[in-house]
Write a protein that binds this ligand. Structure first.
Ligand code: AMP
Ligand code: MG
Length: 405
């Protein structure tokens, strides 16, 4: 039997470079990876500006008053955000300035409004006056380029774009982002017993194809795009026909028919038409896994049991999809959780136990863990990793877990 780590390493090694790059409008780029380093196209901030609402001054003209409130100065300009000062600030003047407004030439400090006292206006022809605390040079000024300087590395290649990265790109005025294109994925559900959602009633012996919709959702969440769906009955001809229907994909994901039963044809047809690596991986759920190539596509044959197919998708397919899409981080984060209840686990295989997680990182398994138990996926926040050489775990045990979100 193959170990989890060996299988994952071999799968990831099959994607040597990300898919071809395309330009993506910024507002559609959330969740995509950047294909190359993005350099700052301008300084941020683009000009020196005030950090606060207050008064712009020249510290030399305020003197070295040591008392709380120092000199009284005439207010000779008003500089709101979005304006540009029409002249330099002279010694002995104060300019009313607002957060984000440009610092006038000659100004070397801003005194925040809370540290000032504006005098009552007694003559409307005279400028108003303000009494202010002595500022330190440079106070409350955000310098041009202090966030990021033009030419600096804004976002390294392979970064996944989230709200923060989108905000930085918008601030830089970068409206289109080079991203590896989304992997095009085909889904094949195999089994004589399966009927699609479109059928209203089940005939005796039939079940609904739940892997198809579940895998489609998992593919979309992982950043892939589902471009084809097929169902094949349990004959080599039907499987071959479905393979043909899904040609043109970057990745084909089949579920079911991958074991060694008389009605399992996926491996044989893949072997005849493409290349096959077949593994029995020492994990639970999801022991059998076929991986290979079919034409230009990479190919996964996942086990048919709904839990096994989704868990093996998480463990092996999602990382590959992320790598194809150019993400540096392809794996789910691993954290440590505390078992809120005892966990039974038979030694022998590494087990991935579906569990919900509370705010204190206490994990509770989502009920019985049989690989046919579709309901055990409901509310699963993590996969707790139970060690292959360990038996049952008591409540309170600290264990590693993969975060499913
Ligand atoms: P198999 O791997 O084809 O032997 O299937 C294992 C189990 O998973 C059987 O109980 C199948 O009925 C079930 N199964 C296979 N494919 C699907 C599917 N697409 N949706 C729901 N259950 C499935
Ligand atoms: Mg089957």
């Amino acid at each position: 039997m193959q170990s989890y780590d060996e299988a994952l390493a071999q799968i990831l090694a099959s994607a040597t470079v990300p898919l071809a790059t395309e330009l993506v409008p910024l507002e559609q780029a959330r969740g995509r990876a950047v294909a190359s380093d993005i350099l700052a196209t301008c300084d941020l901030p683009p000009f020196d500006n005030s950090m606060v609402d207050g008064y712009a001054v020249r510290t030399a003209s305020v003197g070295s008053a040591s008392e709380e409130l120092g000199l009284s100065l005439p207010i000779t300009m008003e500089i709101p955000a979005g304006s540009w000062p029409t002249r330099a600030l002279r010694a002995g003047e104060a300019a009313r300035i607002f957060t984000g407004a440009p610092i006038p030439e000659g100004c070397d400090a801003v005194v925040m409004v809370e540290d000032t006292e504006e005098a009552e206006e007694d003559d409307e022809n005279e400028p108003g006056r303000v009494t202010l605390r002595h500022p330190g040079s440079g106070s409350y000024i955000r310098r041009r380029g202090s966030d990021i300087a033009v030419g600096g590395l804004a976002i390294p290649a392979g970064t996944s774009l989230r709200a923060g990265e989108i905000g930085l790109l918008a601030a830089l005025g970068i409206a289109e982002i080079p991203c590896p294109r989304r992997p095009r994925v085909g889904i094949l559900s195999t089994g004589d017993e399966l009927i699609s959602l479109a059928h209203t009633a089940l005939q005796p012996g039939q079940i609904r194809d739940s892997n198809g919709p579940a895998l489609a959702a998992a593919i979309e969440e992982a950043g892939g795009v589902v471009v084809g769906r097929a169902h094949a009955k349990d004959t080599p001809e039907a499987v071959a026909e479905a393979f043909a229907k899904l040609s043109g994909c970057d990745l084909i994901i089949a579920s079911g028919g991958v074991s060694v039963g008389d009605h399992d044809h996926v491996k044989a047809v893949l072997e005849a038409q493409g290349t096959l690596s077949f593994w029995r991986i020492a994990i639970k759920p999801g022991k059998p896994l076929a991986f290979g190539t079919l034409g230009d596509a990479l190919f996964f044959g996942l086990p048919g049991n709904p839990v096994s197919s989704l868990v093996t998708f998480e463990l092996f397919v999602r990382p590959l999809l992320r790598k194809l899409a150019g993400h540096t981080r392809c794996l789910r984060s691993q954290i440590t959780i505390t078992l809120a209840t005892p966990l039974s686990h038979a030694p022998g295989r590494r087990e991935f136990v579906r569990a919900s997680l509370d705010d204190n990182l206490q994990a509770t398994p989502t009920g019985a863990q049989g690989s046919h138990r579709t309901s055990s996926m409901v509310g699963a926040d993590v996969l707790i990793i139970a060690h292959e050489h360990h038996g049952d775990y008591p409540e309170g045990t600290i264990l590693p877990a993969l975060v499913l979100r």
